[in-house]
Design a binder for this molecule. Structure first.
Ligand code: CO
Length: 269
């Protein structure tokens, strides 16, 4: 292929959001990517079919990963760097990877590279822990607990949560990492809060965008929410409804991974 036909694009991938706040978070991330790579066009894809249906109903443009890549290949993008807002390389990341391999094979000409999730390897654990520690609200007192909710999975990549939990716990024994699904559930966290005279807990979502999991499962009023279950132990909860994609510390890690993917894909020119 001659040099003149090279066309590089970025595809950003998120679960998707149908709320104005969630969309604002994604727009903020989009702006950061645009500022860093002003010469490369950016597209978005959403992995949640439910979110895509809701966005379509609201007359908002929405693509799956498959559809977005297909569209880019049709528009003759020859070099595509994909970056998702995943925390760990779990099932969703594997599905994304499979879509990329398929699109690459079907196109016959496109080079596609995918950037790593926030914590793809042990090398990412320390920067992620640092980002987390930096974003704990200033009002938090040393005796307050900080309880973070990540999504969780039965996938082997869940060991990433354990590594992160160990790293932050070594710095501050009152910071706990739990997950909604998988083995680090709230039932695993609650006993750890006992006997420490904890009166107040800050609840932080380790989720890219604020949605149902943060609003309902973490901070909601139902008896099943983390908030209610923690408050049952006489610990006052202060939920912080901000997604990881809203904090520069986390954003910068994803941007580094995207820069790696762009570099890799451009080496194929
Ligand atoms: Co979920």
């Amino acid at each position: 292929m001659s040099k003149i036909l090279h066309k590089t694009g970025i595809l950003l991938v998120a679960f998707g959001s149908a709320t104005p706040t969630g969309q604002q978070t994604l727009a903020l991330f989009d702006a950061k990517v645009r500022a860093l790579f002003p010469h490369i066009p950016i597209r978005w894809a959403f992995t949640s079919e439910r979110m895509r249906d809701r966005l379509t109903a609201a007359r908002k443009k929405t693509d799956s990963v498959k559809k977005a890549l297909c569209r880019m290949i049709f528009e003759k993008y020859s070099h595509i760097a994909v970056q998702s807002l995943h925390l760990i390389p779990g099932m969703e990341y594997e599905a994304l990877y499979a879509d990329i391999i398929n699109a690459q094979r079907e196109s016959g000409f496109a080079h596609i590279e995918v950037g790593m999730p926030l914590m793809a390897s042990s090398l990412d654990v320390t920067p992620t822990a640092r980002a987390l520690l930096a974003h704990i609200p200033k009002e938090r007192q040393p005796e307050d607990a900080v309880i973070c909710m990540a999504h969780g999975t039965k996938h082997d990549a869940a060991t990433g949560y354990d590594a992160l939990a160990a790293e932050v716990l070594a710095v501050d024994p009152r910071i706990f990492i739990g997950t909604l699904e998988g083995s680090r559930s709230i039932n695993h966290i609650l006993p750890l809060l006992q006997g420490k005279d904890i009166r107040r807990a800050w609840l932080l979502p380790l989720l890219a965008v604020i949605g149902k999991h943060a609003e309902t499962d973490m901070a909601g009023e139902t008896p099943r929410s983390w908030r209610s279950q923690i408050e049952a132990y006489n610990i006052q909860c202060i939920p912080v409804l901000k997604g990881t994609a809203e904090y520069t510390g986390f954003i910068n890690i994803w941007l580094t991974h995207l820069a790696d993917a762009i570099k890799k894909v451009e080496e194929k020119k």
